[in-house]
Design a protein around this ligand. Structure first.
Ligand code: ATP
Ligand code: MG
Length: 417
C-alpha cells in the first residue's frame, strides 16, 4: 500500500520524462506561433465552479469529481477539466477589458474518479487552448486547425477528425423534446442515471456509457436535423473554413461531448491505434459559459488534448522522439587534490553549458571509468596529482578510446570543440 501509487495514477519516471518534455515543448512552441499566452490556474477550485460550468447532469459532476471539504468547511474540487478555471480567471481578473480576442493555453493535471483502464486514468494530463471573445467560425477553424497541425507535427497523420454541431439553447430545446418523445416508451429500460437525465438533460443519455442505454438510443433523432438558421449557417461556415484550410473531417452527428457548456461546434480527433479510448483531443464552442460563470456574454471556443493518449498513439505509430543528449564529460580523479580541482572544473564546465559529472561514492579509478561508461559519457577527463603538478590533464574520447594531453587552460576549448 505504502509503496503503491493510488489506483488510476502513474509515476512519470526519469527514463520516460523526455517524451513529456518533447510533447510539452512542441505544444508551447506551437502556442507561441498562434500567439496564445499560457495561463496557470490552481489545481483546485470551488466545487460550485464545475457544478455550474461543466453542468450538474454530466458524468463528470455526477460521479467523477474529487471533492472534499477543507478545514474552513469550503467544498473544494480538484480540477476535472481545464476550461472552467480559465473562464473563472478571465472573469475574476477582467481580462475581457484587454484587447480581444483573448487566446490562452494551459498544460495541467486533471482528476476524475473513473474506472482505470488503458488510456483512462484518475489523474491524467491535458494540454489545451481557448479563444475567448469571438463568435466567428474562423476561431473554431483556427482551434481545429491547431490541433490537426500539432498532431501532425508529432508524427501522427492518420487521425479521424469528427465534427458536429450541437446547436444553441434555443434549437436544442426543440431537439430535446423530440428526443424525449423518442425515448418515452423506452424510459423504463434506461439506467437509473439516465432516468434522472430524461427530464433535466436528455441529450446526456446519448453519451451514456452503459451498453443498454447505447442500444436504446439507436435511431434517435439527431441534433443536426434540428439546428436553427443561425446554427446551420455557422456549421456551414465552419465547414467552408476547414475546406479552405484543406483539413479533412467527417460529420458525425453522434458527437455530444461530455460537458454541458458546448454550443454549436463540437469535435474530436480519434485514433484507431489504442483501443476503446481512442479520442485524443476533444473540444468545441461554448458561447454561454463565461456568462454562466458570472462574466459578460462573451463567446469562447477551445480544445483539451490528453497527453497520456497522445504519447500512446505516438508509441503505437512508431513516432520518433529524440532522446536527450548523453553526458558530455565525466571527470575521473585520483587523490584528494585532484578531487578538489575536479569539483571546481565540473562547476566551471556546467556553467559553460557542458553536461558534466563526477563520482561521489568514492569509487577507485577503474570503478570511475565503469561508471563513466554506464553514464554514456562522450569524454572522460582524468586528473591525478601528477597531472596537476604538470598543469595537464588527459582527455579520453570514450567512443574512439583516443587519449590526449591537454593543458589545464585548454580543457574548456577542447571540450566545447
Ligand atoms: P472520453 O469520452 O474518453 O471519456 P471525454 O469526452 O471525457 O473523453 P474530455 O473531457 O473532452 O474527454 O477531455 C479531453 C481529452 O482528455 C480526451 O480527449 C482525452 O484525450 C483526455 N482524457 C479525458 N479523460 C481522460 C482520462 N480519464 N484519462 C486519460 N485521458 C483522459
Ligand atoms: Mg470522459
Amino acid at each position: 500500500m505504502l509503496t503503491n501509487a493510488p489506483k488510476g495514477t502513474k509515476d512519470i519516471l526519469p527514463s520516460q520524462v523526455y517524451k513529456w518534455h518533447y510533447a510539452e515543448n512542441a505544444f508551447r512552441e506551437a502556442c507561441d506561433r498562434y500567439v496564445m499566452k499560457e495561463i496557470r490556474t490552481p489545481v483546485f477550485e470551488h466545487t460550485e465552479l464545475f457544478a455550474r460550468g461543466v453542468g450538474d447532469t454530466t458524468d463528470i459532476v455526477e460521479k467523477q469529481m474529487y471533492t472534499f471539504e477543507d478545514y474552513g468547511k469550503r467544498s473544494i474540487t480538484l480540477k476535472p477539466e481545464g476550461t472552467s478555471p480559465v473562464v473563472r480567471a478571465f472573469v475574476e481578473h477582467k481580462l475581457y477589458a484587454e484587447v480581444q480576442p483573448s487566446k490562452f493555453y494551459y498544460i495541467i493535471p486533471c482528476f476524475r474518479y473513473e474506472k482505470p483502464q488503458s488510456g483512462r486514468l484518475r489523474e491524467f494530463h491535458q494540454m489545451g487552448i481557448e479563444i475567448f471573445g469571438t463568435d466567428n467560425m474562423m476561431a473554431d477553424a483556427e482551434v481545429i486547425g491547431f490541433a490537426s497541425d500539432f498532431l501532425k507535427s508529432m508524427g501522427i497523420d492518420d487521425l479521424e477528425l469528427r465534427i458536429n454541431s450541437i446547436g444553441c439553447p434555443e434549437c436544442r430545446e426543440t431537439y430535446r423534446n423530440a428526443l424525449r418523445a423518442f425515448l418515452a416508451d423506452k424510459y423504463d429500460a434506461l439506467c437509473e442515471t439516465c432516468k434522472g437525465r430524461y427530464d433535466r438533460n436528455p441529450m446526456r443519455i446519448l453519451d451514456c456509457k452503459s451498453p443498454e442505454c447505447q442500444t436504446l438510443v439507436q435511431g434517435a433523432p439527431m441534433m443536426l436535423d434540428y439546428l436553427c438558421d443561425d446554427c446551420k449557417i455557422a456549421f456551414d461556415d465552419l465547414k467552408k473554413n476547414l475546406d479552405a484550410m484543406e483539413i479533412e473531417y467527417i460529420v458525425d452527428p453522434g458527437i455530444v461531448r461530455g460537458l454541458d457548456y458546448y454550443t454549436k461546434t463540437a469535435f474530436e480527433f480519434v485514433s484507431n491505434k489504442i483501443g476503446a479510448q481512442g479520442t485524443v483531443c476533444g473540444g468545441g464552442r461554448y458561447d454561454h459559459l463565461i456568462e454562466v460563470i458570472g462574466g459578460p456574454p462573451i463567446p469562447g471556443v477551445g480544445f483539451g488534448l490528453g497527453i497520456e493518449r497522445l504519447l500512446m498513439i505516438m508509441e503505437a505509430s512508431g513516432c520518433e522522439i529524440p532522446e536527450p543528449a548523453q553526458l558530455d564529460v565525466f571527470i575521473a580523479v585520483m587523490g584528494e587534490r585532484a578531487k578538489l580541482f575536479g569539483l571546481s572544473l565540473m562547476r566551471e564546465l556546467r556553467n559553460q553549458g557542458v553536461k558534466a559529472e563526477m563520482d561521489s561514492l568514492g569509487r577507485n579509478i577503474k570503478g570511475q571509468f565503469k561508471y563513466a561508461d554506464r553514464l554514456a559519457a562522450k569524454y572522460t577527463i582524468v586528473i591525478g596529482d601528477n597531472e596537476l603538478d604538470q598543469s595537464m590533464v588527459s582527455i579520453k574520447n570514450m567512443k574512439t578510446s583516443e587519449q590526449k594531453q591537454v593543458s589545464l587552460g585548454d580543457i574548456l576549448k577542447e571540450i566545447i570543440q
